[in-house]
Design a protein around this ligand. Structure first.
Ligand code: ARG
Length: 489
């Protein structure tokens, strides 16, 4: 095994140490391999920090200006994709600082005045996640739009509704689609609430206890677009609650996408045949030439597990951590990045799939409704309207269904005399009452599947969809603060 040698690049903390870090341990300790994703946010945070240091007279105007120029150069390199992190840098924070010193010389070493990597990494994470939440909310919004388009085409398309995966009562297809829009609307709102928790500035908390230098935390928060500053320095550097909340919100998004996936997978089976997969989103079998597989939907359903896993992993990492920062917290990142990537990928795939990957087989849906007993409740409701207690009506209709099943006929095939033989309250209008289209149309209770109610629900959903249209411009590009703003507050 290689013998530890003195590092060619000193580490941010090397003053205290006479010996060198074992190269394998250096690698074990490093986060640069994954936290490089925070690069633009690290630079943005540093720009705001140095502007504050200049404004507060902690650095001279000239020093702050030199550092600012160096950071802007780095920002440019990042934007152009030519930034090369020092391979010896332990993490993204130190990579930026190393490059800064290379660009502007000794003065670059003043950037880290009054802060620690502990409050810095918490700040970077919050800036990063705030942006990603905005992107995910936009993706949710687009998927909601596709569901609303489909719903508007299918208010009067009817299909069997299920409980226990047994045919229960006929419903409007739009009602079914709007149920998913409702879930995604909640997801959109929920992420908005998580964003508020994320949008708090921890910078200025130092390593754990604050700083003796006269910093202005409000100014930094303002420059970075944060809503408020954290209240307790110990909490600020060790708090990852907002990540847990994000993982939980992401998990619910995946629950919803996974349920939709499962349903569409079922509907695409030959047994159901309620949707056909187009060539745009289906894949074939390498062995069975006749097959068309719903891989996209299966992948969405499958990826749900890893997102749940990251939530669990983070909770376990946090449990039992003493205050304040502990290196365990470095483990918060890879799961977070993977959850962000997974949620975005699944939302995009589902949007494409609903837009061009499936065709509803509406005739097949309608035919299914015609051929079953899903109108049995409506016979009971018919009797209720004639004054018969529901329990008695339910019992009687059960007997009628049993008779029909034994004879291999449907309710609509029973002649009026036979209806009357079961109960004299039955009249000619029983046939209209059990027509599936009429059955759906009649469910006019608030939130029900009656066509008129669904049309109103659709309008409400469309109105809130338009109100929540994402802003054309992203609110704050990651690297914009600092530049162009006056050095004095
Ligand atoms: N890479 C570290 C992390 O991700 C940054 C903070 C390091 N702080 C420290 N005291 N070692 O958490």
């Amino acid at each position: 095994m290689a013998k530890p040698t003195a590092p060619s690049t000193p580490r941010p903390w090397s003053g205290r140490f006479a010996g060198a870090l074992h190269p394998r341990i250096a690698r074990f300790n490093a986060s640069i391999g994954f936290d490089i994703r925070l690069l633009p946010y690290d630079v943005a945070g540093s720009l705001a920090h140095v502007q504050m240091l200049g404004a507060c007279g902690i650095l001279s105007r000239e020093e702050a200006e030199q550092i600012r120029q160096g950071l802007e150069q780095i920002e440019k390199e990042v934007a152009e994709g030519i930034f090369q992190p020092d391979p010896e840098a332990e993490d993204v924070h130190y990579a930026v600082e190393r490059r800064l010193v290379a660009l502007v010389g000794e003065v670059g070493k003043k950037l880290h005045t009054g802060r620690s990597r502990n409050d810095q990494v918490a700040t970077d994470l919050r800036l990063y996640l705030r942006d990603e939440i905005d992107t995910i909310r936009q993706a949710l919004w687009e998927l909601r739009g596709v569901l609303l388009d489909l719903a508007s085409q299918h208010v009067e398309t009817i299909l069997p509704g299920y409980t226990h995966l047994q045919r229960a009562q006929p419903i409007s297809l739009a009602h079914h689609l709007l149920a998913y829009e409702e879930m995604l609307w909640r997801d959109w709102q929920r992420l908005g609430r998580v964003r508020e928790e994320v949008n708090v500035c921890p910078l200025g908390s130092g390593a754990l206890a604050g700083t003796s230098l006269p910093i202005d935390r409000q100014l930094v928060a303002h420059l970075l677009g944060f809503e408020r500053i954290s209240a307790n320095s110990l909490d600020a550097v060790s708090d990852r609650d907002y990540l847990v909340e994000f993982h939980a919100a992401a998990s619910l998004i995946l629950v919803h996408l996974s349920r939709l996936s499962e349903e569409l997978i079922l509907w695409a089976t030959q047994e159901f045949g309620f949707v056909a997969l187009t060539d745009a989103c289906a894949t074939g079998s390498s062995l069975m030439p006749q097959k068309k597989n719903p891989d996209v939907l299966e992948l969405v359903r499958g990826k749900t597990g890893r997102v749940f896993g990251h939530l669990q992993a983070l909770l376990v990492t946090l449990k039992g951590l003493p205050l304040a920062y502990n290196k365990d917290l470095q483990e918060d990142k890879e799961g977070l990045f993977d959850t962000v990537d997974t949620v975005k990928a699944c939302l995009e795939a589902m949007t494409i799939l609903l837009r061009e990957g499936i065709q509803f087989q509406t005739q097949r849906m309608e035919a299914a409704v015609q051929e079953d007993f899903s109108n049995a409740t409506d016979v009971a409701d018919y009797l209720v309207r004639k004054g018969i207690p529901f329990r008695a009506a339910h019992d009687l209709v059960g007997q009628i269904v049993r008779t029909c099943v034994a004879e291999g006929i449907l309710l609509k095939d029973l002649p009026l005399e036979r209806w009357k033989s079961f109960h004299r309250a039955f009249e000619e209008d029983i046939f209209a009452a059990i027509d599936p289209r009429q059955v759906v149309a009649a469910r006019l209770s608030a939130g029900g599947t009656g066509f008129a109610v669904v049309r109103e629900a659709l309008q409400r959903a469309q109105a809130r969809y338009q109100q929540t249209e994402p802003a054309e411009e992203p609110p704050l590009p990651p690297s914009s603060p600092g530049s162009g703003l006056p050095l004095e507050s």
